[in-house]
Design a protein. Sequence first.
Length: 412
Amino acid sequence: RQALRRVGFDEVEFVYEPVAAAYHYAQELERSSTVMIADFGGGTSDFTVLRIAPRAAARVLATDGVDVAGDRFDARLVRELVAPALGRGGRTLGPEADAVARAVNAAYLSHMAERLGVRFDEKLLDFLSRHLTPNLDTLAEAARRLANLVDGKAVGTDARPTLRLLERRHEGQAPVYDVAYGPHGRDAAHIGIGKALTEIAPHVHPASRPSSVADILAWLRANAPDLAREVDVRASPVPSWIFGKLEAWHELSMLRDSNASEVIKSVQARSDEPLAESLEALRRLVEEERGFDLYQAVSGAKERLSSLDETEFVFDCPPTMIRTRVTRADFERWIARELGEIDACAARVLDAAGLAANAIDVVFMTGGTSMVPAVRHLFERRFGSDKVRFGGEFVSVARGLALYARHKEPTP
């Protein structure tokens, strides 16, 4: 009020949006009527039941609302059309799957020993399975601990010299994962499971080492089927909260936070190539601040589906191009839960007003989301298509405020 008065407005009055919209729609009324204003914004759907007469003040009978509207519809489109191409649903074996990783290591090491015709001491096998991970500080530390446990006769004559050579070569210089994964270090590190000792078993051909979660499962199904089932169950999805942020336009920028960025990079580093590429597209979308472009594309598809039965959704998100057909039936299936919440809220506001649906003379629908056919059909089914009015979806509140102000002006 103070700000408006400072720029010259002597009288300032605030009006609820539904009341303002009611003033706009009252111009269509010829007699006193009981009306419902259904205002569908971006974040909320708000319902008001009023008693209103031409050129008279509106009397509010009941109000209610629900935090479901255009933004939630957009979120569903992002979840179904965009997120899968950016890594949603992808699976990786991350730090939270260490127990599985150790079991896979043990199975792989046993397989490797069999191929080499050697036998690992049980203590060594347990140690390798548990401790040859990026959690150790340096390869030198790992090499020392391993050398103390190696039984030369059990693992073969070249094992101890190999460990000592590694200790001298990498003393205090390399984190464990840089060397423990062997000459294919970074490639192997990407799978989050390559803790098998490639340096201790130089005779194992690289092609025999798993290179993706899918490859790991294929290898285990052939060599350790029981463990394959365990890994399949416990393989971790890409963290869902990442896509929760993606689905909320106002939270998307939070993925630029250093912690979120590190999580994305970490998951990407533990993923096989197709998933890593999808996560790279997600990372670039966030870092290049293309959220506005994304939601423009989503909003455009939603708008087209208000008049078309089918449309093409296209979004260029290097290195991924998202191009897919989407039907209105698909969209309505995806937003079925939200439609149910809107319908339930409309029922509640009638109960609060103490009225049955047939007591409502007119339903005025406003806001951009009121243009979604499935939303309109909800109210046509409940109140009858002859009672539902549309028009001025984006300007009804502003026009209503102007009419309210004119009504309040003293007659000269």
